[in-house]
Design a protein around this ligand. Structure first.
Ligand SMILES: *Cc1c(COP(=O)(O)O)cnc(C)c1O
Length: 364
């Protein structure tokens, strides 16, 4: 069958291999599989969430509150922005999709880093956009600016801290860059891991409020899938000036967030102490990955997130290690499809990390 021609150029998103398939393909017991591939919070979510979700479980017949009153109020209080400056998506992924549909059409251009979150390209290609990329591994805002002048993209994607490399942009440099961009160009600042960055280095952290107050063309993205431990619930948000959010609302599918998810996110947002505790544990464990990298002479990119990116030298294959780990029930992310001889490993619990070091030490 012939399909829309834009599909010819799209490679489907490759999600981290789910535990279910490792159990099936390698005959490993589910309790022995460790998944450090998708940057989820290994400690789960706030214990208060489970209790709250149980309370609404009897209420599944009715459609969810499509105004998302409780969650929007909680987000607006947390970030000190107006409710009409917020949109909630089924994952921040859905907000990326809305942004692209709102701004981009066939033949228009979008600008992104050479190596960055794969969904920007996939959603942009779905509407026939042309992808312009920088060349350097980390975000180089001078190169971004030169390409912006040359190509006049509809959207500029800035992922800070960046996935899958973990590096983050200095906040003042980011603002100096944003100052130079015209107000017709939408700049999407994806802060999926910003909670980690804020904890580690304030100078690299930006808040949605400071962006929205200063810029009429910036969309900040946040998610509950990482630090908040709700990857299984699919919920994220976009924060921007009201006219941008209003445009996105024309594209949003109705009832895009389930009742259970709305409740979980609202309660999770209220337990900041839990999240901060998980972040502290994650960075404490990250030091062990540094030692591991030094011991094996592997480059570890300095990370402002809950994962580390280990870049191998030419004489060793990161893909081979990823595959051998997988066969032993340890799921990490091979970054070959990003053009890197590297693996990305989510910082797990101490026991999960023990297992990673034990296996990787024996394989390297
Ligand atoms: C995980 C991630 C997202 C989106 O996650 P959702 O689960 O869709 O909210 C967006 N951007 C980056 C960079 C991510 O790593």
């Amino acid at each position: 069958m012939k399909f829309n021609e834009v599909l010819d150029d799209i490679v489907s998103y490759e999600a981290g291999k789910p535990i279910e398939l490792v159990v099936r393909d390698f005959g490993i017991k589910s309790k022995d599989v460790v998944k450090l591939a998708s940057n989820e919070n290994p400690y789960g979510c706030s214990p208060k969430v489970q209790a709250a979700v149980t309370m609404v479980i009897g209420n599944m017949a009715l459609y969810p509150d499509d105004s998302m009153m409780h969650l929007k109020t909680a987000l607006s209080q947390k970030f000190d922005v107006n409710e009409n400056e917020i949109i909630v998506g089924a994952g921040s992924d859905q907000v990326i999709e809305l942004a692209i549909h709102a701004k981009v059409s066939k033949g228009s251009k979008v600008l992104m880093n050479s190596i960055t979150f794969a969904m920007y390209e996939i959603y942009a290609k779905q509407v026939g956009a042309e992808i312009v990329r920088t060349t350097s591994r980390e975000h180089d805002l001078e190169e971004f600016y030169a390409l912006y002048l040359e190509h006049k993209p509809e959207i500029i994607f800035i992922c800070t801290p960046n996935n899958p490399t973990g590096d983050a942009i200095d906040a003042n440099e980011l603002k100096a860059f944003l100052d130079k961009i015209d107000s017709e160009t939408l700049v999407l600042v994806d802060g999926a891991y910003m909670e980690y960055t804020r904890y580690k280095d304030e100078s690299k952290s930006v808040t949605p409020k400071e962006l929205v107050d200063a810029y009429d063309n910036v969309l900040y993205l946040g998610t509950f899938s990482k630090a908040y431990g709700l990857g299984g619930m699919r919920v994220g948000y976009g924060i921007a000036r009201a006219d941008i959010i209003k445009a996105f609302y024309k594209l949003r599918p109705p009832f895009n967030i389930t009742t259970l998810t709305l409740e979980a996110a609202t309660v999770a947002l209220d337990d900041e102490a839990f999240v901060q505790d998980c972040i502290a544990k994650s960075f404490a464990e990250m030091d062990r990955y540094k030692e591991f990298a030094v011991k094996h002479n592997i480059e570890m990119i300095e990370s402002f997130t809950n994962f580390v990116t280990l870049v191998f030298g030419e004489n060793r294959s990161a893909s081979k290690l990823a595959k051998e780990l997988l066969e032993r029930g340890m799921i990490v992310r091979d970054l070959k499809s990003y053009g890197l001889n590297a693996i990305r490993v989510t910082i797990g619990t101490p026991a999960q990390n023990d297992r990673f070091f034990e296996l990787a030490d024996s394989l390297l």
